[in-house]
Write a protein of this length. Structure first.
Length: 470
């Protein structure tokens, strides 16, 4: 077994502890974008379409429904508040990929890969156009992603000729973009990713939705969706909503459809945000092109600059808790925060003394194919999308259109995709799920310590279509 750069160049434990001392537990994004609040639903309501979930998927579904048919009556309900879960806690990377990367798409739908790539870029372009059309203040920056090799064996993974928008960089060229001693090579895809302020995106989507005539109800937990002939009744704690159609956008939370209860598992991702960098600190690392960054380890890090020049640094640990439970107490995991802080100062030793203002966690809705799946129930009157596995910021808009196509009962290019028509394998029930997930995580860690070489378990998972390499 070999050591990684984060073990070979480990900062002092005192530096790490000092950096976290004053940090607040909670998403900086959410603190920075409080948003408008909406009344809870009560009584017996009627509408054309009920959307369950006021995160990205639900809000995009409501907006696209009104853009398609302004006369359609739409209600969005959420158990808590707009964007409070994954939509307010992610890194703000709006990826074009609908398949969680080219290798994952090629493994599963090779004959559709070019089509999925085109649809993904069209979806990202449409998000950019929507932001401009409605004057959405979401700190949108289409600066791309810089993928970096931080171990010698990763350099070859970045091989290939440069294009106008996909630029291969050697070590010196990579460090000229962003100055980290860990960078051995890089590849800058300048157009396939945009950056946004995640919570502002959620609050601005809610603003646009309400301006289009959508009604949003917060603090309105759905207990069940019950079919009654041609109508669906969404049963709430304090009332009901009767509708012709229902779109389920519940992300990582237990599905309201029994068939989907084993289709996702909740995996916790941990994040730190620094104080804003001053001019000298920012100059010490460069980063003038403001790209998002991701390293190539199996247990990878992602990071980016905010509009006020904080560094948001997340990833590496991906923690599954036995039983697949979602609990607030899981969000405060000191071991994960100390690990992230240590890796941060290995990446940017010149920022010694910088402190973290916030630390938080978000729950990822992981599916066995590592990207969203879709479907309908109740004779096509209920649609759903889930399992984004961390790439929902961009793919949520695509999912909204898929669900609306399905509810409309029309065949479109989207609904004819194998990716849309096929369901992934479910996760096994406990305790097998815990055993399998934790063995896989340990194997990925071992690969990172063994020149990227995958063991028998990972090779077997690759062979049956359950492998994941980032």
């Amino acid at each position: 077994m070999t050591s990684t750069v984060f073990e070979r160049s480990k900062p002092s434990s005192q530096l790490v502890e000092n950096s976290l001392t004053a940090s607040r537990l909670g998403s900086w994004w959410i603190d920075d974008s409080p948003g408008e609040r909406f009344d809870a639903a009560s009584g017996a309501l009627r509408t054309d379409l009920v959307v369950v979930g006021a995160g990205y998927t639900g809000l995009w579904t409501a907006i696209r429904a009104k853009e398609r048919d302004p006369n359609r009556d739409v209600i969005v309900v959420d158990a808590r508040t707009v964007g409070w879960a994954a939509s307010g806690r992610n890194g703000g990377f709006v990826e074009h990929s609908l398949t969680h990367g080219e290798s994952n798409g090629e493994r599963r739908w090779p004959e559709e890969l070019a089509q999925l790539d085109r649809l993904g870029h069209e979806n990202l372009d449409a998000i950019e156009h929507t932001v401009a059309r409605y004057g959405m203040k979401v700190d949108f920056e289409r600066t791309g992603t810089l993928s970096v090799a931080i171990e010698p064996h990763q350099i070859e993974w970045l091989a290939g000729e440069s294009t106008a928008t996909d630029i291969a960089l050697d070590g010196a060229e990579t460090r000229a973009q962003i100055d980290s001693p860990t960078y051995l090579a890089g590849r800058w895809d300048t157009r396939s990713t945009a950056l946004v302020h995640p919570a502002k995106l959620a609050t601005e989507l809610a603003r646009v939705a309400t301006e289009l005539g959508v009604t949003i109800h917060e603090n309105s937990r759905v207990l069940a969706v019950e079919g009654r002939g041609a109508e669906q009744v969404v049963r709430l704690e304090n009332g009901t909503i009767t509708a012709a159609h229902v779109a389920l956008a519940t992300n990582v939370f237990p599905s309201l459809l029994t068939r989907n209860r084993l289709m996702t598992v909740p995996v916790y991702d941990y994040v730190l945000a620094t104080e804003p960098l001053d001019a000298a600190q920012l100059d010490s690392i460069g980063w003038r092109n403001r790209q998002g960054v991701a390293d190539l380890a199996n247990q990878f890090h992602y990071y980016r600059l905010s509009a006020d020049n904080r560094i948001v640094f997340g990833g590496y640990d991906a923690i599954y808790h036995a039983g697949g439970r979602i609990r607030a107490r899981y969000e405060d995991r000191p071991t994960s925060y100390r690990t992230l802080a240590s890796h941060f100062f290995t990446t940017f030793p010149q920022l010694e003394g910088l402190r973290f203002s916030h630390r938080w966690a978000g729950v990822i809705d992981t599916s066995t194919r590592f990207c969203a799946f879709f479907g309908t129930a109740r004779g096509g009157r209920v649609s759903y999308a889930a399992g984004f596995t961390g790439l929902g910021v961009g793919a949520a808009r695509f999912a909204a259109d898929v669900m609306l196509d399905q509810l409309g009962g029309v065949a479109t290019e989207r609904t004819e995709l194998r990716m849309v028509r096929e369901r992934p394998l479910p996760f096994p029930p406990e305790p097998a799920a815990s055993i399998g997930i934790n063995l896989t995580r340990a194997s990925l860690d071992r690969a990172d310590h063994n020149y990227g070489k995958r063991n028998l378990l990972l090779k077997t998972l690759d062979a049956v279509g359950l492998g994941f390499d980032s």
